[in-house]
Design a protein around this ligand. Structure first.
Ligand code: NOJ
Length: 546
């Protein structure tokens, strides 16, 4: 591994286990985290300058969203060179410094790999388009119009409209499950597979500890490009994501061959202990779990929670089913750079904060590697835009969707101009956050959410049973309440609107963390614990009393 020696800090980690066992990750949306040069766009040097904060918070790994050269049609998820740094975000030297400074603090670094599509400006696509008979043509998916004219089949783009754009010069369409400027690669082509092996190697040689895999469920497409069954009507002005969901994605997504790609990647990454973490959005737990079978991806995100508004019973049912399908294979997340922040989705204000912390506390005890999205530790609501849309999804659909801007506003560090994110105008115009929503403001207030998240991570480190011991569910009478036991740890998540009492089956429990600020929990008298509404408690068995 290049970069400086990595300090082993994960308390309780057995060195025979991969580094991500017991770890907690932190997603950095690079454009909006910290800007070191005042051009209004977040950069790698800015992140390096904030590593002490992340160490203090107690996370073990950071995931960097794409910082590669890109025309920026999808804010970096349209990559035009996979082995370089965009001047917008810095230089390769900045990257090397970031990795070595992170490693010096015991922090792992994961980068985002975008294999479903390239940018329209990638040299592969430029050559594929220019030379229809050349060797690069088959790196992408091309098809002639349907017999009656128009796109070759009924596949839709996630971002609205058909998933096909006509290349007039060759009279063929190219496929794009996202923007036309994001042409989909042809994963049946061995040259594509070889190139990505080399890209993974290239970043591992620079010291990265893992990869977040964008659209991992989308890579391989039906060889015959068959129509998807339509399950709901599409109406004028419909939200593009709803229009996308009006189809059963039988032929464009979640093809069994995807897992073969990841078995191959695993052979490349496992010898170097680099984690493969997939953005997998498969429809059912049994489909999702196939991606994380031994020898494929190491983990896949639990994206369903990031889609939900406050719906305790649905959330808990999904959590249990997903956990049981892949006990260590799921990375538990409440949010990311594509979704409204949980505090806003869960009711806003103190209600949203209380509910987010209750759900996060449960997620910390489910095995797998939980990730916080930047600002989640501050319990931020969505940012408020002061002018127009920036997300291409909103721009392209003329406001039919509010899009993803609200979760992408700058990280609020302090109360200086632009909340200390940059000295220049940020790339996204948003209202200033109040002092109590900033890192500086919360560090000074012992009751702030930041300290609760920090304590939660510390409790997880102190009690490795919380993620390592085998999980047994404790049945409860209320579907809005779940309880579990892992070795010396018990967790009760009461997401209902009423106080709940749960019997843990044995006496001698000591509360070690309560999600709800100020709710001092008494040591349970016998084997029953009484948990306030919309809160989660973690208890440790006190052996002296058993
Ligand atoms: C998922 C990423 O998280 C999102 O931001 C992006 O727009 C799409 N994949 C397409 O790459």
């Amino acid at each position: 591994m290049t970069g400086s020696a990595l300090e082993e800090t994960t308390v309780g980690r057995d060195l025979a286990e991969p580094w991500w066992r017991g770890a907690v990750g932190y997603e950095i949306y690079v454009r909006s985290f910290a800007d070191s040069n005042g051009d209004g766009v977040g950069d790698l040097a800015g992140i390096t300058g904030r590593l002490d904060y992340l160490s203090w918070l107690g996370v073990d790994a950071i995931w960097l969203t794409p910082f590669y050269p890109s025309p920026g049609h999808d804010h970096g998820y349209d990559v035009s060179d996979y082995c370089a740094v965009s001047p917008r975000h810095g230089t390769l030297e900045d990257f090397d410094v970031l990795v070595s400074e992170a490693h010096r603090r015991g922090l792992r670094v994961m980068v985002d790999i975008v294999p479903n599509h390239t940018s329209i400006e990638h040299e592969w696509f430029a050559r594929a388009r220019r030379y229809p008979d050349g060797p690069d043509r088959d790196r992408y998916l091309w098809a002639f119009p349907a017999s009656g004219g128009g796109p070759p089949n009924n596949w839709r783009s996630h971002f609205g409209g058909p998933a096909w754009t006509l290349d007039e010069a060759s009279s063929q369409y190219w496929c794009h499950l996202f923007l036309p400027e994001q042409p989909d690669l042809n994963w049946r082509n061995p040259a594509v597979r070889d190139d990505f092996d080399s890209i993974l190697e290239w970043w591992m040689d620079r010291g990265v500890d893992g990869f977040r895999v964008d659209v991992a469920h989308g890579l391989v497409k039906d060889a015959e490009l068959r129509d998807n069954p339509q399950i709901a009507p599409i109406t004028e002005g419909m939200d593009p994501f709803d229009a996308f969901n009006a189809f059963e994605h039988r032929h464009d997504m979640d093809q069994s061959e995807n897992v073969e790609v990841f078995r191959r990647w695993n052979r490349v990454c496992a010898p170097r202990e680099a984690m493969l973490l997939g953005e997998v959005n498969a429809p059912w737990p049994d489909r999702q779990s196939r991606y994380v079978e031994p020898g494929a991806l190491d983990q896949a995100f639990f994206l369903q929670a990031a889609f939900l508004d406050w719906a305790p019973e649905t959330l808990l049912t999904m959590v249990r089913a997903m956990h049981d399908a892949a006990p260590q294979g799921i990375s538990w997340v409440l949010s990311n750079h594509d979704r409204s922040r949980p505090v806003s989705r869960f009711g806003g204000g103190e209600t949203g904060v209380r509910r987010s912390l209750a759900a996060s506390t449960l997620f910390m005890a489910l095995g797998g590697t939980p990730f916080l999205f930047q600002g989640e530790e501050l319990a931020l609501p969505d940012g408020v835009l002061s002018a127009g849309f920036h997300d291409p999804v909103s721009v392209r659909n003329a406001g039919a969707t509010s899009g993803r801007d609200g979760c992408r506003t700058p990280m609020p560090w302090d109360s200086s101009p632009y909340n200390g994110f940059s000295t220049g105008d940020p790339w996204i115009d948003s209202e200033l956050r109040p002092p109590e929503h900033t890192v500086e403001g919360q560090q000074a207030d012992p009751d702030a959410p930041l300290h609760r998240y920090r304590s939660l991570l510390a409790v997880r480190r102190e009690h490795p049973d919380m993620w390592r011991a085998p999980l047994e569910w404790i049945e409860t009478a209320d579907p809005q309440v779940v309880a579990l036991r892992r070795g010396t740890i018990a967790v009760v998540a009461n997401l209902s609107g009423r106080r709940a009492s749960v019997s843990l089956g044995s006496p001698g429990w000591e509360p070690v963390f309560a999600s709800q600020e100020g709710s001092r929990l008494d040591r349970p008298a016998h084997d029953a614990v009484s948990v306030p509404a919309e809160s989660t408690v973690v208890l440790a068995q006190d052996h002296r009393r058993t």
